[in-house]
Ligand binder design. Structure first.
Ligand code: NCD
Ligand code: ZN
Length: 353
């Protein structure tokens, strides 16, 4: 049995850090494990241009623990009003690494999202030209589509047409949750001039570890509610196959999405799972189910960097097999926050130092 596992320090290719006082918590959690993270722009109001992304980046840098070299990789929030010229500005800033597409109303703080994809054609054209990745929340928002079908319907109705119209566009299908998404990504074989895939997908730890049964285990479990929602077991198995299979189109993105306890344990609770504090241990837990720990480094530390055209990190991190009880809650703002898997014991620990 593997007792210790040393990896290239990983990156998180999909993360919510929030803003203001939350940064003191969220940046510390991620900086403890990850070298870099793609930071989602769904603040209130959203980060819609390069100037706002630069200012947000400074706030994140200022919240780093002493001595941390954690690097936030910024994104812009695509709206119906995004100007195509903004893409060249974003590219030349050197700090914006993607543009996020939220269908309007799909998830937390997505009211400013895109209402019709035809409206953003010129922006996508500019992104294809500039080599700027499009990061996609792949769910339709039509109320008549069953929540468990929203990802597959988005792929058919929207993603496939975008892919056909912009064959050279770099696209990440974020936080995939279904066998349908895995198969669709696997069918996209095109590569860029560097040999990196044009199509990637991030996978969260919670979608690797849990099926939708976790939402209803003995009662309603709000801390397992996120969007896209957990799916049935056969989809979890397909995601685990994809993550552990060594395919460079699949990489780590926690989608760690903090909401204070009161906002989760409510009549209308927020979507989002907090995984950042134990992210790597949760992924190790999933990879160990397949005896695939040797594949964790590619998924966590190489595939994403290669997709984004960034160097691999030089630092290393070590996981040690040792029981780690997950805290029932952690301090957060003037409330508390409940991490995913609270009350359970993980099999791994990240070695400090
Ligand atoms: C995210 C959030 O809270 O910002 N929530 C979630 O359930 N994943 C938004 C998102 O990425 O969908
Ligand atoms: Zn997210």
């Amino acid at each position: 049995m593997t007792e210790t596992l040393t990896l290239i320090r990983p990156d998180d290719w999909h993360l919510h850090l929030r803003d203001g006082a939350a940064l003191a918590h969220t940046v510390a959690w991620s900086a403890a494990q990850f070298a870099r993270a793609i930071v989602m722009p769904n603040l209130k109001p959203p980060v819609v241009d390069t100037a706002q992304a630069l200012a947000y980046r400074e706030r994140i840098l200022a919240a780093r623990p002493p001595g941390s070299s954690f690097e936030p990789l910024m994104t812009l929030y695509l709206t119906d009003a995004t100007a195509p010229e903004e893409i060249a500005r974003a590219r030349s800033s050197g700090v914006v690494h993607g543009v996020k597409l939220y269908p309007a109303g799909a998830t937390t703080n997505s009211d400013s999202g895109v209402t019709a994809l035809q409206r953003v054609g010129p922006v996508l054209e500019a992104m294809q030209r500039e080599g700027m990745p499009l990061l996609v929340h792949g769910e339709v928002t039509d109320p008549d589509i069953d929540i468990f079908d929203r990802e597959a319907v988005f792929i058919d109705r929207h993603l496939e047409p975008i892919r056909r119209a912009f064959p050279q566009l770099k696209i990440v299908l974020e936080h995939i949750t279904t066998a349908y998404a895995v198969d669709w990504v696997r069918a996209q074989g095109a590569r860029d001039a560097r040999g990196a895939p044009l199509q990637g997908a991030t996978i969260t730890a919670h979608h690797l570890l849990y099926s939708r049964n976790a939402l209803f285990a003995g009662g309603l479990r709000p801390h397992y509610y996120c969007l896209p929602v957990l799916k049935r077991e056969r989809h979890r198995v397909a995601l685990l196959d994809a993550a552990t299979g060594g395919d460079d189109r699949f990489f780590l993105g926690t989608d760690s999405a903090p909401h204070a306890r009161a906002a989760k344990e409510a009549a209308c609770g927020c979507a989002g799972c907090l995984t950042a504090p134990h992210a790597l241990e949760l992924y190790a837990q999933a990879f160990a189910q397949r005896d695939a720990l040797a594949r964790l480094e590619g998924f966590a530390s190489r595939h994403g960097a290669d997709f984004y055209g960034l160097p691999h990190n030089t630092a290393r991190i070590t996981l040690r097999r040792a029981p780690q009880p997950v805290e029932p809650s952690l301090p957060y703002l003037d409330d508390a926050i409940v991490p995913l898997a609270a009350g359970t014991t993980l099999d791994w620990r990240v070695d400090a130092g």
